[in-house]
Design a binder for this molecule. Structure first.
Ligand code: ZN
Ligand code: ZN
Length: 170
């Protein structure tokens, strides 16, 4: 999802607006925690800061698929957001640095790279398919949202304990 900065490259403070809707593979950018389902829309503005860097105001909307941290089922969530970031012509762009600078390659700013990072950053550590997901039984592995199992019921129910005692009294 590339935006050409060729038109504003030579003119400090010049800006360009863009809007793109494309299929994006989160996996190809190294993200394993989520995938993008359906097209992602990214729009915004790039402005030449005059020092070889370009400020970016990015808005996005789309849908991602994550795996539930309790039951393991994939589920989709709409994502929407806005962030300001920067792109640079310098080779020294460091995506992991605190002053996040995204590289411009061959006059193209890959806005998906910056947006996927924002989406990832906003994902919960343990995504849940629903807030009250009951997860899987740690013993037999059934999905407790769909069925129940008798694991963990080996401890005698107090009511049965009473009956057992009654029986021995005879
Ligand atoms: Zn779940
Ligand atoms: Zn079980």
């Amino acid at each position: 999802m590339r935006v050409s900065i060729a038109k504003i490259k030579a003119n400090p403070l010049s800006a360009l607006d863009f809007s793109l809707t494309e299929d994006v593979s989160a996996d190809s950018y190294g993200y394993r925690d989520f995938s993008v389902s359906g097209p992602l829309t990214v729009s915004g503005r790039l402005q030449n800061s005059g020092d070889g860097s370009f400020s970016a105001d990015l808005s996005w909307s789309g849908e991602i698929v994550q795996q539930c941290g309790r039951c393991g089922k994939p589920f989709s969530t709409p994502v929407e957001g806005r962030a300001e970031t920067r792109f640079t012509l310098a080779d020294t762009a460091d995506a992991d640095g605190e002053d996040q600078l995204w590289p411009i390659r061959e006059d193209q700013a890959d806005v998906a790279e910056a947006v996927l990072n924002e989406i990832w950053f906003r994902c919960p550590m343990q995504p849940l398919c629903r807030p009250d997901c009951r997860g899987l039984c740690p013993v037999c592995g059934v999905d407790l949202n769909q069925q129940s199992c008798s694991c963990g019921k080996d401890d005698i129910d107090p009511r049965w304990e009473k009956l057992k005692n009654l029986k021995f009294e005879h």
